[in-house]
Design a protein around this ligand. Structure first.
Ligand SMILES: Cc1ncc(COP(=O)(O)O)c(C=O)c1O
Length: 451
């Protein structure tokens, strides 16, 4: 019989101890953090599933490359290696390094978007929406209807509604839409992939109207692997070939290398447009740094150059997608409502179905995330009414899996904690907001906590 167990395709060379706390301690710690898990000291978290962004483990090859970092201010060799590795996969003419994804977004929107213009996306991520709104743009989410129904199974729930895109362009006029974006995979919509067929259709509409198409490429490798698994005609292509094909459909991308760049920091902005690239580099110099480092150290550029290639490795992606599904399948088969099917980088609990007795004004997702911490020291994040306010279509609790960081027994522990919280779900109470900042309020909001 063929061996079916999928194992971690690495062995561990260096370990980082994690620390237990008691429930009593966690109650006090959560009070001190004003009920906001972002405000907890990380040391008081046992399993940190707050984000998969920058929290992964780097490989020996990445650490080796780091030692070769060329820290020259201008013309660094590390930039050339970074650019060549990225162009090999993404194919765009200009590769502009940034300190992380949101810096690429800020520069892109500053250069391309005027006040009152609209940017359609399948679903804008929080930083994407915030950066767009900051320059006066209007973020429009056009994910397909299936993408808004958490329990519905569909292979490509991240797809954009192409008919809705056409309608918006006809209604508003081409001049009101400076660019269209596609987020692969769709983080805020449950880490769900976009099919190649959908990307082709969106690209065709954009080309017909002369509108540039940009990818939010943070999880491009996971998206490519889902296409390999689920889209007819792609089963024999490598994830890299699939990614290359997808990027050819666009004019550029924003990227946080903290995800499928397999690095702890970094990002980039790509474009094929020479004039835009010049304007983007001018802005880059103002706030990020010279165009051959863009706010990063030479060693960071090296880690990313190696990391993007490791991200498209088929053995890594098989393990990555299978281990995320393992968590999702084990809790959903016991009745826990999750966004189906399991996404690439995270499992999303459907808080509206998990704690239906908590009204949206009392943040069901935050209440559930806090309970997971109290029960087992697990940190997750709400993606819902706190993060997006009234624009929230769902209230989700995201359990993001850092890359190559936790083992199967860590995940078995997480499963046990979630099932215990599920058993006691009727006792979970809603929360009242005590303070909110003017934007991206979820990072620093505070809640009223019992004394
Ligand atoms: C889809 C998506 N876009 C953009 C970003 C922003 O990237 P960064 O955190 O590096 O600024 C993220 C980060 O989580 C993301 O998931």
């Amino acid at each position: 019989m063929p061996i079916r167990t999928i194992i971690e395709p690495f062995r561990i060379k260096s370990v980082e101890p994690i620390r237990w706390t008691t429930r009593n301690q966690r109650e006090q710690l959560l009070r001190d953090a004003h009920g906001n898990l972002f405000l907890l000291p990380a040391d008081d978290v046992l399993i940190d599933l707050l984000t998969d962004s920058g929290t992964g483990a780097m490989s020996t090859y990445q650490w080796g490359a780091i030692m070769e970092g060329d820290e020259s201010y201008a013309g660094s060799k590390s930039y050339n290696r970074f650019r060549d590795s990225i162009q090999d996969i993404f194919g765009y003419r200009h590769v502009i390094p940034t300190h992380q994804g949101r810096a690429a977004e800020r520069i892109l929107f500053n250069v391309m978007v005027k006040r009152g213009q609209i940017v359609p996306n399948n679903t804008h991520f929080d930083t994407t929406r915030a950066n767009l709104e900051f320059v006066g743009g209007v973020a429009m989410d056009l994910v397909i209807a299936e993408g808004k129904q958490p329990s519905l199974k569909h292979p490509f729930k991240g797809n954009m509604d192409v008919a809705a895109l056409e309608t918006v362009i006809e209604r508003e006029g081409r001049d009101k839409i400076p660019l269209v974006m596609l987020t692969v995979t769709n983080n805020s919509g449950g880490g769900q992939p976009v099919s190649m067929q959908n990307a082709k259709a969106v690209s065709a509409v954009c080309r017909k109207h002369g509108i540039p198409l940009y990818f939010d490429a943070c999880r491009f490798a996971e998206n490519a692997y889902f296409i390999k698994l689920r889209e007819p005609g792609y089963e024999n292509k490598t994830p890299k070939e699939i990614a290359q094909e997808m990027f050819r459909l666009g004019d550029g991308c924003t990227m946080s290398a903290k995800k499928d760049g397999m690095a702890n920091i970094g990002g980039f902005l790509c474009t094929n447009d020479d004039i835009l690239a010049q304007q983007e580099k001018d802005l880059l110099i103002l706030t990020e740094g010279y165009p051959t480092y863009g706010g990063l150290a030479g060693r960071d550029l090296e880690a990313i150059a190696v990391g993007v290639q490791e991200a498209v490795d088929v053995d890594y992606l098989r393990y990555r997608i299978a281990s995320t599904a393992y968590l999702g399948n084990h809790i959903s088969e016991r009745g826990v409502p999750i966004v189906q099917p399991p996404g690439g980088h995270a499992i999303y609990l459907d808080a509206r179905a998990f704690v239906p007795h908590i009204p949206l004004e009392q943040f069901p997702g935050v209440a559930l995330a806090n309970e997971l911490y109290l029960e087992g020291g697990i940190r997750s994040v709400e993606i819902g009414s706190l993060m997006f306010g009234k624009a929230a279509k769902m209230d989700l609790v995201r359990l993001a899996i850092p890359r190559r960081t936790y083992t199967q027994s860590h995940i078995d522990y997480v499963i046990e904690v979630i099932l215990e919280v599920w058993r006691k779900r009727d006792q979970i109470r809603g929360l009242t907001l005590a303070y909110e900042p003017p934007f991206l309020r979820h990072f620093t909001a505070r809640f009223e906590m019992p004394g």
